[in-house]
Write a protein that binds this ligand. Structure first.
Ligand SMILES: *Cc1c(COP(=O)(O)O)cnc(C)c1O
Length: 370
């Protein structure tokens, strides 16, 4: 018996819509550009196994992860499906990890000269040119060869002569805003670096970068967010469909008189006779505490505001304006869905959709469609 099914909230993850989003991104690319999928952090919280399983069926055969244990999980999923695909490890080379990288068929992203030297020496010892991506920092100041190291590499091409360079890579800082000059600056710098490595394949764009135009696509793009239903460009019409839907079950309803307070800290005080619905979900499930007195849910088309603080396992809504027969114990409140998107919830929580998705809880029932 699955008790999660009964106790509370239901997260629906529509893999058909996810597949549609992936196809939509692919359609924007020229046929020679590979559309990989970034599946780090449990596929942005949506479930690595289900997401990778479905994307394989959609013809995706390049996956990016951040950590080695994620890479191994993807490799095991591929084995189970008896297919091969490229797995790229974004967070670089830990010391002594080379053997396992080869064992699990992972391609490392090399982020500094030290990692290049380490990989190169492993290749030399084994008398084989193993694949790697070289990552250049073109303006995020976060990960990748910095400008000093780029010069060092240009002056000493021997550093990479033992390595099979699969791609040259960089990452955009402001791709979600078309107007940012930073996009063009980073692309210019990337092209300048690439000119020293004639005939090597290249990869620059995340989800949003795909929408900046064909000249940002190169040989492979690396979308994550847009596959999972997040809006790629902040200020533009959203052409990506929402993948998830979260419903919370009403555990109890209350009627309180004007002046009653709600929740920890008594931060909400009723100014009318108020009907309250308590839902089985809280910050322990990734329903951000910053949504207290800020967020909302929907019953049908009727918004119902969050009142009071978010508790660990509970949240309270003002359902006074909803018909009683629609808001009784056992009824569901839409917490993320067509009326209230991940982005809207994120804005009310003071964060971004990525953080909402990657914090989706493990306690409620997950219903996969497709
Ligand atoms: C996470 C990540 C991506 C995916 O970015 P989205 O905005 O989710 O599409 C692409 N490239 C790198 C290097 C990343 O770290």
């Amino acid at each position: 018996m699955n008790f999660k099914d009964q106790t509370g909230s239901i997260l629906t993850i529509d893999l058909n819509i996810m597949a549609k989003n992936f196809a939509y991104l692919k359609k924007r690319l020229s046929p020679k550009t590979i559309c990989s999928a970034v599946v780090k952090s449990n596929a942005y919280g949506l479930g690595l196994e289900q997401v990778v399983g479905r994307l394989l069926k959609e013809g995706c055969n390049s996956f990016f992860v951040a950590m080695m244990d994620e890479a191994i999980k993807v490799r095991n999923l591929l084995k189970k499906s008896c297919v091969n695909a490229d797995i790229y490890l974004l967070n670089g080379l830990n010391k002594g990890i080379e053997k396992d990288i080869i064992k699990f068929g992972v391609i490392p992203v090399l982020n500094c000269i030290a990692e290049i030297e380490q990989w190169s020496s492993y290749c030399k010892t084994n008398e084989k040119k193993f694949k790697a991506i070289i990552n250049f920092d073109t303006g995020m100041s976060r990960l990748g060869l910095d400008s000093y190291e780029i010069t060092k590499l240009q002056n000493n091409p021997k550093l990479i002569e033992n390595i099979d360079i699969d791609y040259l890579m960089s990452h955009l800082a402001c791709a979600d805003d078309r107007e940012q000059v930073k996009n063009k600056e980073q692309k210019f710098l990337f092209d300048e670096i690439r000119s020293n490595f004639i005939s090597k394949r290249a990869s620059l764009s995340n989800s949003a970068g795909i929408f900046l135009g064909k000249e940002y696509h190169y040989d492979m793009v690396r979308p994550g967010a847009a596959i999972y239903g997040l809006q790629p460009l902040k200020k533009e019409v959203n052409e990506i469909e929402q993948v998830i839907n979260l419903k919370g079950k009403i555990l109890q309803t209350f009627i309180v008189d004007s002046s009653a307070t709600v929740g920890y800290g008594a931060t909400f005080r009723a100014n009318r006779k108020t009907r309250i619905a308590t839902v089985a979900l809280g910050y322990g499930d990734g329903y951000f505490r910053t949504l207290g007195n800020q967020g909302k849910g929907y019953i049908g088309k009727q918004p119902v505001p969050v009142i009071g603080r978010i508790s660990m396992d509970l949240v309270t809504f003002d359902v006074t304006d909803v018909k009683e027969e629609d808001s009784r114990r056992g009824d569901m409140i839409e917490l993320i869905g067509p009326h209230y998107t991940v982005e809207q919830l994120a804005a009310d929580a003071g964060t971004i959709g990525y953080e909402i998705l990657t914090n989706l809880g493990g306690r409620y029932f997950r219903n996969y469609v497709g």
